[in-house]
Design a binder for this molecule. Structure first.
Ligand SMILES: [Zn+2]
Length: 450
């Protein structure tokens, strides 16, 4: 197996550099990065611009089956959610494995080498426990292994249908009964080389204030270090109104008062936050995961990403409900939303956008050793072609703002080639289906329309 590569261009921590050799150990850790050199015999040549593997910091894999099936009516986030619940009602561990495998393969083909799965579809219909109470989470592990990417399972505590509202209908599949039972179930799962277990609070709507402390206490690794805690935050004004009515404060303030904010925590969306919220998130160095393609699709609004970054929050990106799986589109959305709001260009530098695509997301998902092309980092590489219709003529330094997922040629995860020539080795080999066919079949199976 090859453990050295030569890149026409590579995006090093300070920006793109031509003619770069990269060497890695057998275990897939980068040992050497040499710019401005010729290839050596035995090097695998990577075309175009090689970037660090992208971290998709916020995913709900099963929402992929909603793509192109919710666009027909007027509506809101809440009417979209009704459709999502209809889908959640149908999945079982087998159909979830098939769907998530295809979705994660779509991600790898788009250059995503690490995904944070915000997982709350825990139990069977009516809340019945599977023989293995983690059968759905284990299906996600198996899917990630089959697709060849790293996965952080953000196992989600989800106890209420709203503040002081019991879970109803399909929501009972999300229910562990209480926070301690949630923590017990999560503690039964273990890490492996490419899979890490972490925690999530669905939202302040779904977890009572007193249980926030239980989640934070449970999110500690065997080494005593805090594990990531993710939480949906202020995606919709209705959440803020309900929180203020019940607790007399914003969701961000509630999280701060219960010790949820901090450098191991990621707030997802933070779309409708106050000036004080921005200060709390920034001062606590909480990561904010922005999901621009989802936020526009669901008519959520545009969050104050630049103000959050200026206040001290790290910014990461996620494809969330997967209306598209294209991290370039997420990065472009982060910047162009700011342009529309401010009337200014270049609100995020290209370096900041790549930080959001790779190292910030890796850190938020508990892989701080990932996301950079430098010695000691995980050897996760994405080669982006510079000779496609979209990228032809672009300066390498500006490619992150013009490329698309289809421009990804080669993907290496932990030193192992998972994609080359735009094809997934394990799932699109000779005589096998394409990932598109896998998606079609899995989506049809999920809806029961085979
Ligand atoms: Zn979400």
């Amino acid at each position: 197996m090859t453990h050295s590569w030569w890149c026409e261009h590579a995006w090093l921590p300070a920006g793109p550099v031509p003619r770069v050799r990269i060497e890695a150990t057998q275990q897939g850790v980068i040992t050497t990065v040499e710019p401005g050199v010729d290839p050596r015999p035995g090097d695998t040549r990577l075309p175009g611009l090689v970037m660090p593997g992208f971290a998709n910091t916020h995913s709900h894999a099963f929402h992929r089956a909603l793509r192109g099936r919710t666009q027909h009516d007027e509506g809101t986030f809440w009417t979209w959610r009704d459709r999502m619940y209809a889908l959640a009602d149908k999945l079982d561990p087998d159909s979830y494995l098939a769907l998530a495998t295809a979705v994660y393969a779509e991600m790898v083909l788009a250059g995503i080498t690490c995904v944070g799965e915000f997982h709350y579809l825990h139990h069977g219909p009516g809340g019945a426990r599977y023989g293995d109470p983690n059968a759905m989470g284990e299906a996600l592990r198996a899917a990630a292994h089959a697709a060849g990417l790293r996965l952080t399972l953000l196992d989600t505590c989800y106890l209420r249908g709203g503040i002081d509202v019991p879970l109803q209908g399909v929501q009972r599949r999300f229910d562990d009964g209480d926070a301690e039972s949630w923590a017990d179930r999560v503690s039964m799962m273990s890490d492996d080389d490419t899979f890490r277990v972490a925690a999530a609070v669905h939202s302040v709507r779904a977890v009572p204030a007193e249980d926030l402390d239980v989640v934070v206490e449970a999110a500690v690794g065997e080494d005593g270090m805090p594990r990531p805690v993710h939480v949906h935050l202020s995606e919709q004004p209705a959440e803020n109104a309900a929180c203020i009515a019940a607790y007399g404060c914003t969701p961000t303030r509630l999280l701060a008062d219960h010790g949820v904010l901090g450098s191991a925590t990621t707030a997802v969306h933070a779309t409708h936050v106050t000036a004080e919220d921005i200060q709390l998130l920034g001062e606590s160095t909480t990561t904010v995961c922005v999901c621009p393609t989802t936020e526009r699709d669901l008519a959520d609004g545009i969050g104050p990403a630049r103000a959050l970054a200026d206040a001290g929050a790290a910014i990461a990106l996620g494809t969330d409900q997967h209306v598209m799986v294209d991290m370039f589109a997420e990065g472009r959305g982060l910047e162009t939303n700011e342009r529309l709001r401010s009337g200014q260009r270049g609100r995020f530098s290209l370096t900041e956008l790549v930080d959001a695509l790779a190292p910030a997301g890796h850190a938020a998902l508990g892989w701080p050793e990932g996301g950079r092309l430098e010695a000691g980092s995980l050897c996760d590489l994405v080669a982006v072609r510079l000779d496609t219709m979209r990228t032809a003529g672009a300066l390498p330094a500006q490619v992150p703002l013009v490329a698309a997922a289809g421009d990804v040629d080669t993907v290496v995860v932990g030193g192992r080639t998972v994609v080359s020539g735009g094809r997934h080795h394990a799932l699109e080999g000779v005589g096998q289906d394409t990932v598109a066919k896998l998606l079609l079949s899995a989506v049809q199976e999920a809806w029961g329309t085979h």
